[in-house]
Ligand binder design. Sequence first.
Ligand SMILES: Nc1nc2c(c(=O)[nH]1)N[C@H]1C(S)=C(S)[C@@H](COP(=O)(O)O)O[C@H]1N2
Ligand SMILES: [Mo]
Length: 523
Amino acid sequence: MRTHHPRTLRWAGHGVLATLVGIGLAHLTAALTDPAASPVLAVGSTVIDLTPTPMKEWAIRTFGSADKAVLVGSVLTGALALAALAGVAARRRLVVGAGVLVALVGVAALAALRRPAAGPSDLAPSLVAAVAGATALCLLARVERTRRPAHDGDARADRAAGADRAGGAEGGRRALLLTVTALGAVAALGGLGGRLVSSLRARPEDVTLPPPADPAPALPRGLDDQVPGITRFRTPNRDFYRVDTRLDVPVVSADDWTLTIDGDVDRSVTLDFDELLALPMIERDITLTCVSNSVGGPYVGGARWLGVRLADLLDLAGIGRTRADQLLSTDVAGMTISTPLRLATDGRDALVAVGMNGEPLPRAHGFPARLVVPGLYGFIGATKWLRRLTLTTYAEREAYWTERGWATDAPIKISARIDTPRALAELDAGEVVIGGIAWAQERGGVAAVQVRVDGGPWVDARLGPDGGDDYWRQWFHRWTAAPGSHRIAVRAVAGDGQTQTADRTEPFPDGASGLHELLVRVS
Ligand SMILES: Nc1nc2c(c(=O)[nH]1)N[C@H]1C(S)=C(S)[C@@H](COP(=O)(O)O)O[C@H]1N2
Ligand SMILES: [Mo]
């Protein structure tokens, strides 16, 4: 492609290539130490932490579960744009270009260091990025200068190049091509090598879980086979929604892991994984829900959890005399989540879970141990990669989302979702099965689900089998659809008598409310 400034463009390319070399090798270094310290991830995490809540909510709404990919892509694009500028600057003054690159890396280093559990070793990827990036840029600049010395007004280079001017142009082009190819390979190998090392390290660990002393009853067969398009009664682990502030998945070894219970307790207690597994295990079916889920949204899942009763663990530390009102949990990276102590200890089946659907927790869902508190949104009760439980007060300590204005007391709101038909579906007139799920944890479960078509009367739907009050419930309703456009709405009624409200609220600060409603066309 011909442009007016081919040389400027080429130098911009050099800046980008040098930066990719730095990022690639830094990614590999981070994979060998702490993957989260990789420059792009560290900057991305900082952006997540510093983004104002409304904007974060907008991003989740707009990009859904792709929000993290969008974020990493944006950070990378921003970095490469600056890298292109660095390249252009390097054409006139190499130090300026290299300086911009090093400044860019400085931002990544600061981002890596400001993470709660960061240590000095987290600087390693940034150092590697700075050295590798600057070296690559110098190499490219050297090849450029020997190739076109006259334009840079460098007398010495001029003389040196003068000798082989005749055959030099061809040789110079080849040298440049060779350098670019070699550096491209280094960048790609670094990046891919980093991915490979990370994924090898993130392989599931082989742990054997004990059987529950207090098992859950057999989960009834759901409506999965009867109602096409309905949410499965049990969510397979690989399909379970994932919501957290992490761009990578923390890799924790069960052998190195401990859980400490401290703060305003009679005695601090620290357990290792085997000691935790030696305690009596309970098994419960619990539906987890995210506060960021909009009405009808996807951030909800039902699983069978195996773990130790939170109450048993707190008893080990002794909380009879505590003045704490907050159970502050800290994850392995220093991220904090608050849970109202009153709710965590009111007799509900709160547990420190090690198993999910008959397997050890997947890494994405908190291996080796996480908190699960039925009836509370995940952001105040489902700490993954749990490391510490501290009895404290809201006045004394603020957790991650408390600092960002989210509620500290956020029971899951009653909600029903229509899975089938989909919004704006084109249906054939006649019998249509409307179906979905509903949940009302710690409110006596789902007592009824009602469907309304075109603003008519609320009609009871048929309920699927009961998986317990903390578990969701499938439902369906046979509807005889006449041609035309129709509006379908659903609402749930909880066992405690409360009916899902039609008043709409956004997820911030304590969960979305309103009815799931959709339009279909029948012909
Ligand atoms: N350590 C840690 N735990 C966390 C989070 C997090 O960002 N970090 N996110 C919470 C939120 S907001 C939710 S909804 C649940 C989601 O759990 P899941 O990803 O296993 O579905 O985890 C909770 N636990
Ligand atoms: Mo959440």
